[in-house]
Design a protein around this ligand. Structure first.
Ligand code: B12
Length: 342
């Protein structure tokens, strides 16, 4: 099966008009697109960094603040400067973007502006038609870009059912054996992203050389889209010393993606080779994987022990007997109730 199209969406700086993009995001995911939503009030630097790290095919910007001609052009300029010309830009802003503005923006390299009155179907069709296939890659110009592409390769190999061998994933030269990998899990709304973002801030402040990688998971069904929205709430994590990657579970029960383990293996090597301290935090939105639960129920299957304890925990919290809680664990170690692997 072809891997899903991944796009990034955002609202520019000095702009809180997010209702249009929220609706559009939902329509995109309904049509099988994976959307990494960066949120509103976002700078050009944040948008371009996120697009490169997430290795998206395109960036969709929703702008109502009146500064669209300059803002969109700056996104294009920075993408060019960073060697990411393969990432395309499109967007809209209702009546605030005139046809003349749109023509000027097109001349600067923006693919398409959608005007007021466009149907959601038209936008989705455009994305599928124009960003459905990866464009030709130029050589990766930065470690972030190289790493992002490698993670895409790993994820896509799983989507196509052609798992890469451990040799292809790991770097045999790497001396890394015991990097610190911490997993965070907990029911939806427990505060996983808030906690991680706060920890990121503290680590970055305490150690000026520290680098952090985050693999952030959200649930999705095989062949369907996903809203990967952790970046919208993880403000401190939008930093040049943080590599963040949003992953959809792509049908796997348990909160992790089939590619998580291999992506972690690759990240370990990379961060070590870069000579940086490596800490990998991985928020796992286990309780949000409702589809997996209903699939299992239909098949009459039991959950694995680790996830069973989470369900029990969720039921306790839902009935109000205990507050929701985030759990941190060393990735690959046994949780109190069993091994944690997707
Ligand atoms: C809803 C709204 C608000 C809500 C925002 C709620 C929210 N969370 O988004 C509230 C009331 C909070 C608000 C506040 C303000 N607003 Co206001 N707001 C609007 C309004 C009425 C609708 C915008 C909207 O969401 N449209 C719905 C979308 C779905 O439709 P659309 O805009 O036609 O967009 C189409 C396409 O362009 C496309 N599209 C849009 N974005 C994208 C992105 C992608 C990727 C794609 C593919 C397509 C696409 O989708 C639609 C398809 O048909 C507009 C006026 C208007 N009628 O457009 C003013 C408007 C945008 N607001 C305006 C202003 C001035 C403000 C305030 C500054 C007012 C104030 N002084 O406080 C504040 C600023 C708030 C902030 N923090 O930024 C001005 C902007 C003027 C300008 N830029 O020159 C407008 C134009 C009103 C006006 N005529 O003066 N606003």
């Amino acid at each position: 099966m072809a891997p899903p199209i991944r796009i990034l969406t955002a609202v520019p700086i000095c702009d809180g008009h997010d209702s249009a993009i929220n609706t559009i995001n939902l329509e995109f995911i309904r049509h099988g697109i994976e959307v990494i939503y960066l949120g509103y009030h976002r700078s050009v630097g944040d948008i371009v960094r996120a697009a490169i790290q997430e290795d998206v095919r395109a960036i969709g910007i929703s702008s109502y603040n009146g500064g669209h001609v300059e803002f969109f052009a700056e996104v294009i300029d920075l993408l060019r400067k960073r060697g990411a010309t393969g990432i395309k830009v499109f967007g809209g802003g209702g009546g605030t973007i005139t046809h003349d503005d749109a023509a000027a923006m097109k001349r600067k390299g923006i693919n398409k502006i959608f005007f007021a009155g466009t149907s959601l179907m038209e936008m989705t069709d455009y994305v599928r038609k124009h960003y459905g296939k990866p464009c030709k890659r130029t050589a990766a110009r930065s470690p972030d870009m190289e790493l992002a592409r490698k993670l895409t390769e790993i994820e896509e190999a799983y989507a196509k059912g052609k798992r890469r061998t451990a040799k292809q994933i790991r770097n045999p030269q790497s001396a890394i054996r015991n990097s610190k990998v911490i997993g965070f899990t907990g029911p939806g709304g427990a505060g996983k992203t808030t906690l991680i973002d706060e920890l990121v801030l503290r680590v970055l402040n305490q150690n000026p050389k520290a680098r952090i990688a985050i693999l952030s998971h959200d649930p999705s069904v095989i062949g369907q889209g996903a809203l990967l929205g952790d970046r919208a709430t993880m403000i401190n994590s939008q930093n040049d010393r943080v590599f963040m990657r949003s992953m959809a579970t792509r049908g796997q029960a348990g909160g992790l993606s089939p590619a998580t383990h291999d992506c972690l293996a690759h990240l370990n090597c990379r961060l070590y080779r870069a000579g940086n301290e490596s800490r990998l935090w991985q928020p796992v939105a286990i309780a949000k994987d409702r589809h997996a639960r209903s699939r299992r129920r239909r098949r009459g299957e039991q959950k694995r022990s680790a996830t069973r304890s989470h369900r029990a925990h969720r039921d306790r919290t839902a009935s109000g007997t205990k507050p929701a809680r985030t759990t941190a664990y060393r990735y690959g170690c046994k949780t109190p109730s069993g091994p944690w692997r997707g």
